[in-house]
Design a protein around this ligand. Sequence first.
Ligand code: GDP
Length: 195
Amino acid sequence: AERADLRAVGRAPVDAGPAAAPRVKLVLLGDSGVGKSCLVLRYVRGQFDESSKVTVGAAFMSHSVQVQDGTVVKFEIWDTAGQERYSSLAPLYYRGASAAAIVYDVTNPESFAKAKYWVSELQKNASGDIVIVLVGNKTDLAELREVSAEEGQEYAAQNPPMLFIESSAKTAANVSRIFETVAETFCSARGGQGA
Ligand code: GDP
């Protein structure tokens, strides 16, 4: 029985057929405190915990999403687990990524200015076509906002094909949209290759 279990967690057969869900490794990037962990927990578990600093123990969390044409995309969402505070992220973090969410806090202009740094880190460490979404988080803190939606939109437009979404992990506003939009873009790029 042990042997069978081991085999079950091994590689999927190469000839998995059209039913196999495409896997998308999505890496979260952005300064510490912008809400990366909260976004993942909101999306995957539907929770938000303001009181305690959440620690995502696992290297990544999986979550499946169905796109408009019916394709199911299986996300592997990688969280930095706080590493970004101390140094650059390990090259392993970026390896095999086909999507990245660069997150900033709309109440923190410094975190927005750092988006450029995270884009350059991504370009240095990742390879191949990557779907990139710029995420302005914490929109619920409207009275503390210091980065306008227009500024975020403009930055994304200057760095095509970067997508742009504003969200709140606290209220859940637009959180699923981040991942749905990435999945749609990933699938249409793949479909486009075959057409
Ligand atoms: P990370 O370091 O980027 O992973 O950030 P965390 O997910 O740990 O969040 C940092 C802090 O911001 C925590 O105190 C969260 O409660 C808070 N936070 C995260 N997202 C939001 C949000 O959308 N709105 C508000 N008001 N606070 C948030």
